[in-house]
Write a protein that binds this ligand. Structure first.
Ligand SMILES: [Zn+2]
Length: 76
């Protein structure tokens, strides 16, 4: 992953129904985001991507979780 890559947030805990009857209140669900972002910064603290509802940062562990984040246009 590099700056400029598009990423898609695939899922989140409550959206998978682990807390029935309670809508997910995570950043993306709460903001009704389209979950598509562009990577704007990568440094020792993690990755930051800008989404339609604002910037969000991910840890190295999160960014490498294929069940959480999909890189849409990574090259090579
Ligand atoms: Zn959510």
């Amino acid at each position: 992953m590099k700056v400029g890559d598009l990423v898609r947030i695939l899922a989140c805990t409550n959206a998978k129904g682990e807390v029935p009857g309670h809508p997910c209140t995570c950043f993306f669900c709460w903001g009704k985001s389209n979950r598509i972002g562009i990577v704007t910064k990568i440094d020792h603290r993690g990755h930051t991507a800008l989404f339609d509802i604002g910037p969000w940062s991910f840890s190295e562990r999160e960014i490498q979780d294929p069940a959480l984040i999909e890189v849409i246009n990574e090259e090579g």
